[in-house]
Design a protein around this ligand. Sequence first.
Ligand code: ADP
Ligand code: 5GP
Length: 202
Amino acid sequence: MNDLLLLILSSPSGAGKTTLSRRLLEDFDDFTFSVSHTTRAPRNGEVDGKDYHFVSPDAFQTLIEQHSFAEWAHVHGNVYGTSVSELDRAKAEGKSGILFDVDYQGARQIRATYPEAVGIFILPPSLDELKQRLTRRGSDDAGTISRRFDKAREEIEHYPFFDYLIVNDELEQALSEIKGIIHAERRRRSRMASRAEALLRT
Ligand code: ADP
Ligand code: 5GP
C-alpha cells in the first residue's frame, strides 16, 4: 500500500509491546499508532482516543455491521478491532509508517489484506519474568493476570507466523533491535526501486 510501512507488534500480554510502541513512537515521529477500538475498560492513565477508543459491546457490534474494521478479534474476554479509518488517517497525515499493537489473530487478518505488512513478535525472556511483569504492571486483578498468563503459551505458539522475533529482556536492547528492523525494511528494494529508476532515467 503506497509507501506506508505497516508494522505489526504482537506478543503475549505483559511482554512489553505497549512500552516498546510508546518508545518507538517518540523516536519515529513519521510513524503513527493505530488506535484500536476495544470493549475493555480503560486502565488507570489510559486516554480514550489515544490508547484506545473505548466503546460498549453494542457500539462495537454496530461498527462490525458497518464494515468499519480492517480486522477484529476476541482477546482475553473482550473484543478489539482495527478500524480501516486508521490507515486512511495515517495517509492523510502524510505518515510513512503505522504501528499496530494487535494479537496474533489481528496480525493474520492484517497480513491477509496487506501482505506487505511486517510482523514482529515480542518474546519475554522467560515465563516467570512474564508473570512478574503482568503483576508489576499493577493494572489488572489477580484473576485477569492469571487468565492472561495462562494464554501466554498458546499465543507464543503462533510465533512462526511472524517475520522477526525480539526478546524483550533489556528494554533498550529490544528497542534498538526493532529500530534496526524498521531501518532495514525501509531500504527494501521494493521501497527503493524508484530511486534507482530515477537515476537510470537521467
Ligand atoms: P504488553 O503491552 O505487551 O501487555 P506492557 O508494555 O504493558 O506489556 O509491559 C508490561 C509490564 O512490563 C509494564 O509494567 C512494563 O513497564 C514492564 N516492562 C516492559 N518491558 C520491560 C523490560 N524490558 N524489562 C522490565 N520490565 C519491562
Ligand atoms: P490489552 O488489553 O493488554 O491492551 O491488550 C490485550 C491484547 O489485545 C494484546 O495482545 C493486544 O495486542 C491486543 N489488541 C489490541 N488492539 C487490538 C486490535 O485492534 N485487534 C486485535 N486483534 N488485537 C488487539
